[in-house]
Design a protein around this ligand. Structure first.
Ligand code: NAD
Ligand code: UDP
Length: 308
């Protein structure tokens, strides 16, 4: 198939491109390089089944594709909060432009949504029918509300124009090719531990997250995109094993053998206190569940950062 991947030079996008090429597809990656990097795709250079173009999804894009994966959007809080208006535009206009391309060309459409649509959740674990607790005017809103309106657009394009949409609500995912300056917790802790720098715990470190290794997630993407038309609604993709941020720091210190000390920093505004996916729907509809546990995934990710 001919497949378009927006955000293809990012962390998840580049892993997705790898898998699609392995499967024999013709892949076009587009990216404005805001947080991604050409280096993430450099190993594919010269492969005639992949092409890369610098393109910002706030502008329309033309081409004939069978599948469109829309991943373009900065994902790390410091990056998406750096220029919040741009983030909101990327989410809204990017989804609109790519959905319109899908409508005009008959492509099937995949949206990289997020657990952030649940905000700071009061239901735990989070099921897809939970409507969330998002602060619409806080510093995270450009991302959370951007992703929520993108979901709205997906299901309106489906109802109004019959576009075949697939929406993945992705929970915290980590792995090789995260930018060392990405700012998210797993890469921060590993890089700090390997450099012997203090490990920065925001708040008291009792807030929880559920961490998914990238390979599991990409497997979920493909199952969701290629599953039958009966797949209904958004689907949580994440690892239900839940850890406090402090536990994560301790595991990283132990696994790296680091002498780094733990230091605390202020908790960012609206930082969600707990997060764990209910993945019953993914199990039932996709036959998917994660296979790589935190220690195994960290082993691989630490290895990646150590080499660099
Ligand atoms: P990332 O920052 O590595 O990748 C995002 C990519 O999108 C980057 O290459 C960036 O340059 C590109 N981009 C940003 N704005 C763009 C624009 N206007 N036009 C074209 N390209 C643009 O982050 P990631 O972790 O790979 O996230 C990929 C997608 O998955 C994002 O949509 C993110 O919201 C979603 N997601 C990721 C996670 C996670 O834990 N990794 C969790 C939930 C959702
Ligand atoms: N966090 C932390 N130290 C860091 C980076 C993040 O304690 O150096 C915390 C952050 O406050 C949040 C959790 O780790 O509670 C996950 O943060 P991340 O930015 O990875 O993703 P989020 O789930 O908040 O979007």
């Amino acid at each position: 198939m001919r497949i378009l991947v927006t955000g293809g030079a990012g962390f998840l996008g580049s892993h997705l491109c790898d898998r699609l090429v392995e499967l024999g597809h013709e892949v076009t990656a587009i990216d404005n390089l805001q947080t991604g990097s050409r280096a993430n795709l450099s190993h594919l250079k010269g492969n005639r089944h992949v092409s890369f173009q610098v393109h910002d999804v706030v502008h329309a894009y033309e081409g004939k594709f069978d599948r469109i994966y829309n991943l373009a959007c900065p994902a790390s809080p410091p990056h998406y909060q750096h220029d919040p208006v741009r983030t909101a535009r990327t989410s809204f206009l990017g989804a609109d432009n790519m959905l319109d391309l899908a409508r005009r060309t008959g492509a099937r459409f995949f949206q990289a949504s997020t657990s952030e649509v649940y905000g700071d959740p009061v239901e735990h674990p989070q099921r897809e029918d939970y409507r969330g607790n998002v602060n619409p005017i806080g510093p995270r809103a450009c991302y959370d509300e951007g992703k929520r309106i993108a979901e709205t657009l997906c299901f309106d394009y489906q109802r109004q124009f019959g576009v075949d949409v697939r929406v993945a609500r992705i929970f915290n995912t980590y792995g090789p090719r995260m930018n060392p300056d990405d700012g998210r917790v797993v890469s921060n802790f590993i890089v700090q531990a390997l450099r012997g720098e203090p490990i920065t715990i925001y708040g008291d470190g009792k807030q929880t997250r559920s961490f998914s290794y990238v390979d599991d997630l990409i497997d979920g993407f493909l199952r969701l995109m290629e599953g039958g038309a009966e797949i209904a609604g958004p689907i949580n993709l994440g690892n239900p094993d839940e850890f406090t941020v402090r536990e994560l720091a301790e595991i990283v210190i132990e696994m790296t053998g680091s002498k780094s000390e733990l230091v605390t920093r202020p908790l960012p505004t609206d930082d969600p206190m707990q997060r764990r996916p209910d993945i019953s729907r993914a199990r039932e509809q996709l036959g998917w569940e994660p296979r790589i546990d935190l220690r195994e995934g960290l082993e691989r990710t630490i290895g990646y950062f150590r080499e660099r």
